[in-house]
Design a protein around this ligand. Structure first.
Ligand code: ADP
Ligand code: MG
Length: 720
């Protein structure tokens, strides 16, 4: 039974390094060479066409047919010159990951390569196998993909990939990108309106995202010898290694050479695709790493993150490695997140979350800063729901993980500024006074938080010139969290604007009107601010007092989408209709059920067909030994003790696996998806996973190492 494990370990010991050479030491020489971006468009399109396209992108407008034809034709020639023979509409269905269907440029009838504007603009993949949460009846299983010109096309392999949205024939969106684009438009409109209180030159505000991607790397053969990693992306069993992350020696340590080769190669591939990968380092847990690109406009950044995950997977394969993005692949070790660094930047180049030396700009900065905090306070449960997945439940809210409570960390300096503003907000300002000075906002330090002032336990932290939404799961599509965040901020900005207008109408001076509303916001949203240890039990108690949401699992967390407040919020900003919103929640509940179901099955199979037989075989050896000892008149109590212990664990495993199977049968009969998801959570996952695992992990310590069938944590996690 342990044969597979030892074969895999042998392979591991014989792995050669893969030599990787930079195509050119100047990355700028090949960066983006496979992207049909602004530069390439300018070079290949007529100036008038190029202007039309860039205007449409900036103003979130449709591109007309003639322009589309011109772009298609130019993109085709460019792509063919790059070696592409096919094109595909690349989209992000609700299943997670990306999807594509390739068509050849070659038109056999005409005997030439062609690519029409209509093919660029719209395609009809067979949508029947993608989840729709009941939007599509099986009879009209058709939807279409539509070109998203705000994200550049790229050649990947031999295919020209066209970023697209995925929409049903009845107009409902079926992917993660479409609502994101709408949320980004909403935040642009609202933020621009608010900016114009301060600066009429600002015409657009762009939301930016820099997502730090964490991941684990394991050897391919070892991975394949663990059916749980293969099937569920997570190890359902495995005793903690003697050395875990307690030494904290992996963090920023030297990168293991095989992983280093892999990183070098995937960076090269990412650069060619215009993904601005910048930093790489080890994470805290053994075999955990992080890659961070430079921030970009949210939609492009997210496409790049999705593409990068794909690139990493493919490159890893060439290095006989496997990348794990799962939120909690190994119990007892840190989980995997995707920190979403987010900010709003004006078309005049001002980062609205960066304090400056200009007092006027600082009032604008404070406006966006405070309004964001207020938005998170108002909608903290929705934000929590936005990151809810079966995998992330193991990372947030589980025993060893930070709680699933949303709070905002802003650091001591900004706390002082807000306290001051709150206190002085009603100070009488006379003619000729320096208002900014009187309010204590004339000089906000240009805070560059150093590492010591960083609160790494906060799910939503201000880090000097951006907010960092850290609760997003490692395998998740950032679009879901970004849609929620940008929508709630857009909404709060709208409300802020209306309140300020009202004050102005009442005769208040503009800046004082702003201050007045901010002061209210600071007071009202105080409860969401937390500077202490977010992982502590005290915080859980405190958050409860503050009435902050603390929902531990996905099926219940998702309810926050269905409240009147949230549903209307999304509809008000044109991000999602009620129907779309409900459909999405349904899809996510279903996906939760499937994940738990897969894990439960893998667990049952491994426990009953691998672990129990191994334990029995070993026990049989012990019994022979015990009898032998007895025959010789030697004391055999310790052996008998072990035999009994093994029996005890085998009993627990068998009883619980059988009961879990019965429970699944019962759960599967529940027709209501929401109730079924809750049942899968409470009556399967919560009730059985830990108990079964506990006994299996205990057996791992009892059974002879030579016989153990599963690759152990210490073998998986210490690559060189
Ligand atoms: P940290 O040390 O806080 O992790 P880094 O400078 O390494 O800071 O940045 C982490 C990520 O945040 C990177 O992806 C970076 O591009 C991104 N980032 C930096 N500034 C911004 C910003 N204004 N908006 C969005 N993301 C940003
Ligand atoms: Mg960070």
């Amino acid at each position: 039974m342990a044969q597979l494990r030892f074969e895999a370990l042998k392979k591991l010991s014989e792995r050669p390094r893969v030599h990787v050479e930079l195509p050119n030491p100047n990355v700028s020489k090949f960066f983006g060479e496979n992207v049909y971006g602004a530069e390439q468009m300018r070079a290949t399109l007529a100036p008038a066409v190029y202007k039309k396209v860039s205007q449409a992108i900036k103003n979130h407008e449709k591109i007309d047919e003639v322009t589309a034809d011109a772009v298609a034709s130019a993109a085709k020639s460019w792509a063919i010159a790059k070696g592409a023979s096919h094109f595909t509409h690349w989209f992000q269905p609700m299943t997670g990951g990306t999807a594509e269907k390739h068509d050849s440029f070659f038109d056999a009838l005409a005997g030439i390569e062609r690519f029409k504007g209509s093919e660029l603009v719209q395609q009809e993949p067979d949508a029947s196998s993608f989840p729709s949460g009941g939007i599509r009846s099986t009879f009209e299983a058709r939807g279409y993909t539509a070109w998203d010109p705000t994200s550049p096309m790229f050649v990947y392999g031999r295919t020209l990939c066209i970023p697209t949205v995925f929409v049903s024939y009845t107009g409902e969106t079926l992917d993660t990108k479409a609502p994101l684009l709408k949320a980004l438009k909403a935040v642009d409109l609202a933020a621009t309106k608010v900016c114009q209180i301060f600066d009429k030159d600002i015409q657009h505000v762009v939301a930016s995202l820099g997502s730090e991607q964490e991941y684990f790397v394991v050897d391919k053969a070892l991975f394949q010898a663990r059916p749980d990693l293969v099937m569920a992306g997570r190890s359902v069993f495995g005793h903690a290694p003697a050395r875990g992350q307690q030494l904290e020696d992996h963090y920023f340590g030297s990168i293991p050479s095989r992983v280093y080769d892999f990183m070098k190669e995937f960076e090269i591939e990412a650069w060619k695709l215009g993904i601005p990968v910048r930093t790489r380092h080890n994470e805290v847990a053994p075999s955990q790493f992080e890659v961070a690109p430079l921030f970009e406009e949210v939609n492009v950044a997210n496409d790049h993150n999705q593409l990068m995950m794909d690139v990493m997977g493919r490159v890893a394969d060439r290095h006989n490695l496997r990348v794990l993005f799962h939120e909690k692949p190994f119990a007892g070790l840190n989980g995997t997140g995707k920190h979403n660094n987010w900010s709003l930047i004006t078309d005049t180049g001002v980062n609205l979350f960066a304090p400056t030396s200009s007092a006027r700009d600082n009032l604008m900065f404070l406006t966006f800063f405070v309004t964001t905090i207020k938005a998170v306070h108002e909608h903290n449960e929705l934000l929590r729901a936005s990151i809810a997945t079966a995998g992330n439940d193991f990372r947030l809210g589980a025993n060893e993980a930070p709680p699933a409570i949303m709070s905002v960390f802003i650091g001591s300096q900004m706390t002082a500024v807000l306290d001051e503003l709150e206190k002085k907000g009603n100070v009488k300002i006379e003619k000729g006074d320096n208002m900014y000075m009187k309010l204590g906002i004339d000089q906000i330090p240009e805070i560059i938080l150093d590492a010591t002032d960083r609160n790494r336990t906060s799910p939503f932290a201000f880090t000097g010139n951006k907010f960092e939404f850290r609760a997003v799961g490692g395998s998740d599509n950032c679009a879901v969290a970004m849609t929620a965040l940008n929508t709630i901020v857009a909404d709060q900005l709208e409300k802020f604007h209306a309140l300020v207008e009202k004050e102005i109408e009442k005769g208040e001076e503009k800046r004082l009107a702003v201050v007045k509303v901010l002061r209210e916001y600071i007071k009202e949203s105080k409860d969401i601010r937390f500077e202490g240890d977010g992982y502590s039990d005290e915080w859980v108690t405190e958050a409860e007092k503050r009435k902050l949401g603390h929902v531990k699992n996905t099926p219940r967390a998702l309810d926050a989408y269905l409240t009147k407040k949230s549903a209307e919020l999304f509809e008000r900003h044109g991000v999602m209709s009620h129907k779309e919103n409900e459909a999405r929640v349904e899809i996510r509940q279903e996906s939760y059920i499937k994940r738990v179901q897969i894990e439960a099955r893998v667990m049952g199979d491994l426990a009953m067909n691998h672990i129990v037989p191994t334990a029995i075989a070993y026990q049989t050896k012990l019994i022979a030994n015990a009898n032998g000892l007895k025959g010789l008149g030697v004391d055999n109590t310790t052996v008998v003790q072990t035999i009994k212990e093994i029996s005890g664990h085998i009993d627990i495993i068998k009883t619980n696996v059988r009961a879990m199977v019965e429970e699944r049968k019962r759960c599967n009969k529940i027709t209501d998806t929401h109730k079924r998801a809750i049942a899968y959570c409470d009556d399967i996952k919560e009730k059985y996973f830990e108990v079964i695992r506990d006994s299996v992990d205990k057996l791992e310590l009892l059974v002879d190492n030579e016989d153990w069938p599963l690759v152990k944590y210490r073998e998986l996690l210490f690559l060189r």
